[in-house]
Design a binder for this molecule. Structure first.
Ligand SMILES: C[S@@+](CC[C@H](N)C(=O)[O-])C[C@H]1O[C@@H](n2cnc3c(N)ncnc32)[C@H](O)[C@@H]1O
Length: 308
């Protein structure tokens, strides 16, 4: 498959796991709904494979959701704006970053956000307690070159234009509109360390509220996939989802963490995927190495080599 365009650098992006996550998308999806879209890596990768008729891209972070809309609906203008902001950084690029950050915090202009995400360390957003973006620039890089950014923006627009809707709502409002012919992919803010507030994202969510939402989706027969907890070696991070939800549990081999490698440890990180029963009922071929452990959940260890 041709390489998939990605204009938005975003920590926690699922772009490297998209190919394996999308193996669990059944045929004939009406709308792929991404309530916690972030960089919309899954919607973009699904659109590249023509997996759904339409896409609903939502993120509570309003400038981020609006940026995705501008990229899809006004690609040429968005690329030109980026080129202008990027090109103005050369005299003193660090000071330029801080100026753009101040402008962004004052105006919430999503186009400025694109430059900040491209220029800050690993696209890792950080917010202070007043909700202001406070991440610093990556001093070693200038951010994606305008020519590359333009190609990525035009590529995403070609994939999603005319079939996507964008919103910036709490995930529960988005879930209310899901139908049994849709597929919901959920990648909520990481809840392993930070409880309900995660400074790495715009907002956090409550574990029990989230479980109640999944129970409701089950009662409505909605097909969904959730990326939730994970483990490195023997250490799990995040609370796992309860077996009462009747989800198939799949562990994806997300590779060796750079931290483990530095420490000389041979530890692989596994990310969990949970599949709703309504979804597994629709899957025509179940992966051959499904097995049933004590919890009555399915576990499949996916080898990283397949992620291309
Ligand atoms: C782990 S990130 C998603 C990353 C995404 N899968 C990607 O590939 O880029 C979680 C996202 O959830 C958003 N979020 C946080 N609380 C939310 C809420 N209550 N409703 C909807 N989105 C929310 C955050 O702004 C963040 O972008």
């Amino acid at each position: 498959m041709k390489s998939i365009p990605h204009p938005i650098q975003y920590q926690g992006s699922k772009r490297n796991l998209a190919a394996v996550i999308l193996r669990y998308v059944p045929k004939g999806v009406d709308c792929l709904i991404e309530p916690f879209a972030g960089s919309a890596a899954i919607s973009i990768a699904a659109a590249a494979r023509k997996m759904a008729k339409s896409y609903l891209v939502n993120d509570l972070n309003q400038p981020l959701a609006e940026l995705l809309r501008l990229i899809v609906e006004f690609p040429v203008e968005t690329a030109s704006f980026y080129e202008q902001v990027w090109g103005a950084q050369h005299d003193d690029s660090i000071e330029h970053f801080y100026r753009v950050r101040e402008d962004f915090n004052r105006t919430q202009d999503p186009r400025l956000f694109l430059y900040l995400l491209a220029r800050c360390v690993k696209g890792s957003v950080r917010y202070n307690s007043n909700g202001l973006f406070n991440q610093s620039p990556d001093k070693r890089r200038f951010g994606t070159r305008p020519k590359t950014m333009r190609a990525n923006i035009l590529g995403v627009s070609a994939l999603l234009k005319g079939k996507s809707r964008f919103s910036s709502l709490d995930y529960r409002e988005v879930l209310a509109s899901a139908k049994s012919t849709d597929l919901v992919y959920m990648d909520p803010p990481y809840q392993g360390v930070c409880g309900e507030r995660d400074s790495r994202y715009f907002s956090g969510i409550g574990h029990s509220d989230f479980i109640a939402s999944l129970e409701e989706l089950n009662a409505r027969g909605i097909s969904y996939i959730v990326s939730y907890d994970g483990r490195r070696g023997d250490k799990t991070f995040g609370e796992s989802l309860p077996s009462s939800l009747d989800l198939a549990h799949i562990e994806l081999d997300a590779g060796r963490s750079s931290q483990s490698t530095l420490l000389g440890r041979d530890e692989v990180t596994y990310e969990s995927l949970y599949l709703s029963q309504a979804l597994t009922d629709k899957l025509t071929h179940k992966p051959a190495d499904y097995r049933q452990p004590r919890t009555q959940q399915f576990v499949l260890l996916e080898p990283a080599a397949h992620y291309a």
